[in-house]
Design a protein around this ligand. Structure first.
Ligand code: ADP
Ligand code: TMP
Ligand code: MG
Length: 203
């Protein structure tokens, strides 16, 4: 991933890391944030209240990598916490934020910050997720990550929901979702799956 030096620059940059679940978005976000320590750049990381899977306060990968984060409900809350000397702003699970997130990250970048955004690009139906299409549209740099298809081992770009739910937001990880390639992604599977099947499969 490109490394940006922001010293002496007025404008920042929006870098977005996208892909399906398990594609390593959070790991990459954490890796980039840890590099900031070597560059002696102050950073702050935010995540939406909704994601409490592994930790209430930390950004945490499926592999248990973690860094402290500030939990917010609304995108505008970033400003309440933002320190004047913060050069890098990380945001995980960006798909869960409402559209106001686009304005917030744009302003941060216009005021010289490097904004590192990580988010799920498509939902359980394979459709663009939440604010991600707009975030991708205003990004300067986009990194698309791939997971491994749990059916065939090819590169996975989709997130297969394994349980019966039609909710757009259903927080979870293993047992609820797995990574799949385009060929093996089946959005109807979640609709077909009955409660009894779920019990049988111990899901
Ligand atoms: P994301 O934030 O994109 O969901 P994470 O960075 O939290 O992903 O986790 C990535 C890790 O998930 C990988 O390093 C790997 O250990 C684990 N993992 C579990 N299932 C898969 C899969 N199908 N393909 C790739 N990695 C997987
Ligand atoms: P991840 O990309 O870091 O693995 O996290 C994605 C989160 O999004 C996880 O909590 C599951 C959730 N999710 C939904 O709420 N709806 C969906 O349609 C999908 C695919 C995931
Ligand atoms: Mg993640």
């Amino acid at each position: 991933m490109t490394h940006h030096r922001l010293k002496n620059t007025t404008y920042g940059v929006i870098e977005t890391i996208c892909g399906c679940m398990y594609s390593g978005k959070t790991e990459e976000l954490i890796r980039q944030i840890k590099r900031c320590e070597f560059a002696k750049q102050k950073y702050q990381v935010f995540k939406p209240q909704i994601d409490k899977r592994y930790s209430e306060t930390e950004v945490s990968s499926h592999n248990q990598d973690r860094i402290p984060s500030i939990v917010i409900n609304e995108p505008n809350e970033v400003y309440q916490h933002l320190k004047h000397n913060t050069r890098v702003v990380g945001i995980d699970e960006a798909q869960f934020f409402e559209k106001g997130i686009v304005d917030v990250i744009t302003k941060l970048a216009n005021h010289g910050r490097r904004v590192l955004v990580a988010g799920l690009d498509t939902d359980w139906q394979g459709l663009p997720f939440g604010s991600m299409p707009e975030i991708l549209a205003v990004s300067d740099i986009i990194h698309k990550q791939y997971a491994v298809c749990m059916v065939c081992g090819d590169a996975a770009t989709r997130t297969q929901r394994l349980v019966n739910s039609q909710e757009d937001i259903l927080v979870g990880s293993f047992n609820i979702y797995e990574a799949r390639c385009r060929e093996h992604f089946d959005p109807q599977l979640s609709l077909r799956r009955k409660f009894e099947d779920q019990q049988e499969l111990n899901l």
